[in-house]
Ligand binder design. Structure first.
Ligand code: ADP
Length: 546
């Protein structure tokens, strides 16, 4: 053995930020302003929380639920659980009561830390989550006078008060569990993905690379993606390690508050789903003089495909580079990323070509392997044309679901992602669709994502959602639901003419429905399951079948 076998424990990296940048800030948005604390304070409070959790009977491997917004106390919970070897179970606060009850019980959470303003949501679980021994209530301005019927509720500050500010992090196996996150469960019960120390450690290291999210200790980072969603895309971990200033929006997720916060705190890098950035764009366009985004340099965008027009708008209007990522809860989540320039030869291509690359899901993070396969699991060519099932494997890819193995989601060590796409000769992954959202028309596939992205490129269209509708001859035909911008008028003919510039005639939507909004999932993506169910409930028929 020539090298030391230091286990890849998150506890070996999460205290680093506080050590190298003790005075750097963690900023949380509040009702009337912001609350600031230093990294040193955050670290000390996390160690205090670990002591308090241990005092409440939490040991290595025990699950601690969090029902929280992005804020400094949630960060402390990340830090404390990882350090002490407990398992941080981030509960998605937007789940239905049924799913929430299921996941708290399935995970056997022993204790839940909850933000006081959403205590009423958790209270609906009263009497249904018998193994939860205690709830710890974190208060922000305006919610100090909370009360609850949940058992053994204690104020977060009381809970940690007087505890020692150093906890000797235990040396545990690097493959020990670290976190638990359930997927939104578009079908059946939510499935738990358990992250481990080694997997998250490697993910965190890769995440900071310039050709990945390009995080630096000099950044001011604002994770808009919720910390209950795939570990906030790893941003909290990387920031704890690097010591970058963290700006956390807490419950104020409307674009106006978010933009004011980002401007006021000089955010340089943010991360969120495309719907957030669409909202920012609309607000900025309505009042361009109100926001000075000169500090902002990069936005990491993923979770669903950002329209190329949106990527371009941020660059042309604000000089902000959108970094496009693809991944899922099961992949920790970063799997592929795309930046404007990722190799020297891309310095010399046109901006249009550079942005064509950004619109692709990107190139693999080092250490992972991704490929496309046909239905018999034969590998398909990387010609940028052939579409196949995307499978992925590597040290931060899920190998089975938590206490629910689901062997049909895996194949010989690969995760079957449920996405379909192609890989081009430059090894860029291009997502065509989710396999269940592809429109299968007459034996050919139509990508709902491609149509949507094209339609939103038309002036006046704010959002587009393409779903399949049953057809007796063609199996399925696409239709488009469209939300127009305020005051805009765009006819069906204009939309179809616009589609015809990029798609074959048989790929055009059979119908365009104008709607006020598109239902979103708990993670802010268009909820096509609900769209399809609503259409069925209304007895919708394709025009040719009426
Ligand atoms: P869910 O949306 O089911 O809660 P995830 O948040 O894990 O679960 O979402 C993962 C899915 O989101 C991927 O399988 C893929 O379909 C979609 N997705 C993520 N990033 C992208 C992207 N850049 N382009 C297109 N689709 C994406």
């Amino acid at each position: 053995m020539a090298m030391q076998r230091t286990p890849l424990l998150m506890s070996n990296i999460i205290d680093r930020g506080a050590r190298v940048a003790p005075n750097e800030e963690v900023v949380t948005l509040t009702e009337s302003g912001v609350r600031r604390q230093s990294y040193k304070e955050t670290r000390d409070r996390a160690h205090q929380l670990a002591h308090a959790l241990a005092g409440a009977g939490i040991g290595i491997g025990d699950r601690v639920g969090t029902f929280m917004w992005n804020g400094s106390r949630h960060l402390e919970a990340y830090h404390a659980c990882a350090g002490m070897g407990a398992v941080l179970h981030t509960l998605n606060i937007r789940l239905s009561e049924r799913d929430l009850e299921y996941i708290i019980n399935h995970a056997e959470d022993q204790l839940i830390i909850v933000d006081a303003d959403i205590l009423p949501l958790l209270e609906k679980m009263q009497g249904k989550i018998p193994q939860v021994r205690q709830v710890i209530v974190a208060t922000e301005e305006g919610f100090e006078g909370w009360s609850t019927k949940l058992p053994n509720a204690v104020d977060y500050e009381t809970f940690i008060a007087g505890q020692p500010t150093t906890y000797e992090w235990p040396q545990i196996d690097e493959n020990s569990p670290l976190g638990l996150c359930y997927t939104s469960g578009t079908t059946g019960n939510p499935k738990g993905v358990e992250y481990e120390h080694r997997s998250q450690y490697l993910h965190t290291m890769a995440q900071g690379m310039t050709d990945a999210m390009g995080l630096s200790g000099a950044d001011t980072v604002c994770g808009v993606v919720p910390m209950f969603h795939a570990m906030g895309w790893g941003v909290p971990w990387a920031a704890l390690m690097l010591g970058c200033k963290q700006v956390m929006p807490h419950r104020f997720m409307d674009p106006a508050r978010l933009m004011e916060l980002m401007v006021a705190e000089g955010v340089t890098l943010s991360a969120g789903v495309p719907t957030i950035w669409q909202g920012v764009k609309s607000l900025y366009e309505a009042n361009p003089d109100a926001y000075d985004f000169s500090s902002l340099s990069r936005l990491t965008c993923g979770g669903s495909a950002p329209p190329p027009s949106l990527i371009r708008w941020f660059w042309d209007t604000l000089g902000v580079e959108m970094i496009h990522g693809w991944g899922m809860t099961e992949t920790s989540p970063l799997a592929t990323l795309s930046r404007r320039v990722m190799k020297r030869s891309q310095l010399d291509i046109s901006e249009d070509e550079q942005f064509e690359n950004v619109a692709k899901a990107g190139q693999l993070m080092p250490g992972l392997e991704v490929d496309i396969f046909d239905e018999n699991f034969n590998r398909l060519p990387h010609d940028g044309e052939t579409v196949g099932e995307i499978l992925i494997r590597g040290p931060w890819i899920c190998s089975e679901y938590f206490n629910n193995p689901q062997p049909d989601k895996f194949h010989e060590g690969w995760l079957i992602t449920g996405d379909v796409g192609k890989i081009d000769p430059e090894e860029y992954l291009i997502i065509a669709d989710r396999s269940k959202d592809l429109v299968k028309s007459g034996g050919e596939w139509i990508s709902s994502v491609d149509l949507e992205n094209h339609i939103v490129g038309l002036a006046g269209v704010a959002q587009a959602c393409v779903v399949a509708q049953p057809h007796p001859k063609w199996d399925e035909r696409p239709i488009a639901l469209v939300v127009l911008g305020a005051g805009a008028e765009v006819s069906t003919e204009q939309i179809l003419d616009h589609c015809e510039t990029a798609f074959a005639k048989w790929q055009l939507p059979d119908d365009v429905l104008y709607v006020d909004s598109i239902p979103l999932t708990s993670t802010g993506k268009m909820d096509k399951k609900i769209v399809r169910a609503d259409l069925a409930a209304q007895g919708y028929q394709l025009p040719s079948l009426r």
